[in-house]
Write a protein that binds this ligand. Sequence first.
Ligand SMILES: Cc1cc2nc3c(=O)[nH]c(=O)nc-3n(C[C@H](O)[C@H](O)[C@H](O)COP(=O)(O)OP(=O)(O)OC[C@H]3O[C@@H](n4cnc5c(N)ncnc54)[C@H](O)[C@@H]3O)c2cc1C
Length: 242
Amino acid sequence: MGIIENIVKKVVLQEAVIIAKTQLSESAYRIRLQNDNIAKADFIPGYFLRLGIGIGKDDIPLKDKVRSYSVWGLNKSNGHIDLAIATHSKGIGAEWTKESKSGDKVYFKWKKGNFLVDDTADSYLMIGDLSALSHLYMIRRNLSRDKKIESVLYSQHQGELFPDIDGATPFDFYEMPQNPYDELISRVKEVVPKMTGKKMVYIGGDSRICIALNQYFRKELHWKPKQIKTKPFWNPDKKGLE
Ligand SMILES: Cc1cc2nc3c(=O)[nH]c(=O)nc-3n(C[C@H](O)[C@H](O)[C@H](O)COP(=O)(O)OP(=O)(O)OC[C@H]3O[C@@H](n4cnc5c(N)ncnc54)[C@H](O)[C@@H]3O)c2cc1C
């Protein structure tokens, strides 16, 4: 391990231990991390972790050793965090997820971003693929109970979409191909007229869908920027994203 990588590991990142790993579906895993500082974390639903995936592996360049994963569950009394990781990408994050096991050490950093819970609307629409499912579950669980929530969660195989951490299945699941712009627009056209009061949409996952739907909500539906929350989690032409 190089000097800079050692500094990153010891100074920039915190150390956690994997205490459990389970397979959620054919293409997704749950990973539970424990660290003494999690109990003191100043957490807003929507925060994510930056994990140093390949730390210690000299064949991977340092810039390619970081992957971001949303916090799906946080248990302050036990000091643990749950992540849900999709493996369609087959990159270093997916490989690490498949190979990791209880007892492994992980290096991480908290990240805030702005794809956070926002309770100011009356009705919500959640749109995303397998990679964004856990993030959208976290947002939904932390909205007030009186909110009306519509959803379009999709994957190439519907069975890959897993229930929330508490076993709930509050979202509508769809089998759709990658980058399903037309399919999503036709669902949006059905769902939006049912939404009442102040409306908000969360769109996460494939960057092509985030960009195209953001345009659609702004230009076709004339929604204001504050009503549209998007976060690209991956881009077909890039590795990692943040
Ligand atoms: C803020 C944020 C939060 C995130 N949270 C999560 C999360 O909770 N769970 C999660 O699974 N991912 C999440 N991601 C995505 C994650 O960081 C990685 O980008 C993803 O896991 C792919 O990493 P990789 O190393 O396996 O593949 P990479 O080496 O990054 O990519 C390899 C190839 O796979 C493609 N690819 C990447 N992701 C997908 C996908 N989902 N489907 C199809 N092709 C893909 C890439 O475009 C590339 O061509 C998040 C990203 C961000 C920015």
